[in-house]
Design a protein around this ligand. Sequence first.
Ligand code: ADP
Length: 242
Amino acid sequence: MNPEAEQARSSQDLVEDRRSQTSLALILFGPPGSGKGTQAKLLVKTLAIPQISTGDMLREHVRTGNAVGTKVEAKMKAGILVKDEVVNRLVDERLAQPDAARGFILDGYPRTRAQAETLCDLLSGRGADAVVVHLVVDYNVIIARLTGRRQCPVCGTLYNVVSKPPRVAGVCDLDGAALIVRDDDREEVIRERLAAYEKQTRPLIDFFRENGKRLYDVDASHETPEAVSRKILVLIRSHDHS
Ligand code: ADP
């Protein structure tokens, strides 16, 4: 069977398997630029569970200019983490929505120990089964990806000027909107975001291990997003049957 057909079949099996089981809390973990958002979007299609991205939720609050948005805007622009209580509340509210009952994909959360502790409580409260996928990426690859990143402000699709250019430079393939560079994708801000990751987020790998969460390292430097996604699906599958 060719890889696409095989993936389609195993994805269908996965969706079937999931119907009768506890919900899956798939935690996509890794530095900025490791591809969490890209993987989340691919996996939403095959697993049929929603993506919960704290970065996207926060950007939406900034865009609408509400109280949360005003509070977090300066920190996000500087590449600094926003307060735990703000993101914890957003995630708590989001997980209570009906579409998250059968499972969800967390992208960009948790990022601190306090967030990880809150998440553990939220998961045990709803009997969700956590799988952490750690996307491991070379530092130089991260810098190249983030500085070349462009995003559609309308549909959120991500492009890269080198590795995934749109058909027409600067324009979204899907809706024709002019692509933008995120404020926090400027080089000095990228350095801040990587520093925040090293100091506050990376140590959670030990936290997950100490708390008995399954954690899988996946090399996400060298292969296409689709190939990385296939590897993640295989891991989830082996987790289901173990
Ligand atoms: P990336 O992972 O590429 O840095 P995100 O979109 O996940 O991008 O996050 C962008 C910014 O939003 C972060 O730099 C931070 O300011 C804020 N943010 C997102 N998620 C969290 C979180 N879980 N805790 C604190 N701040 C967050």
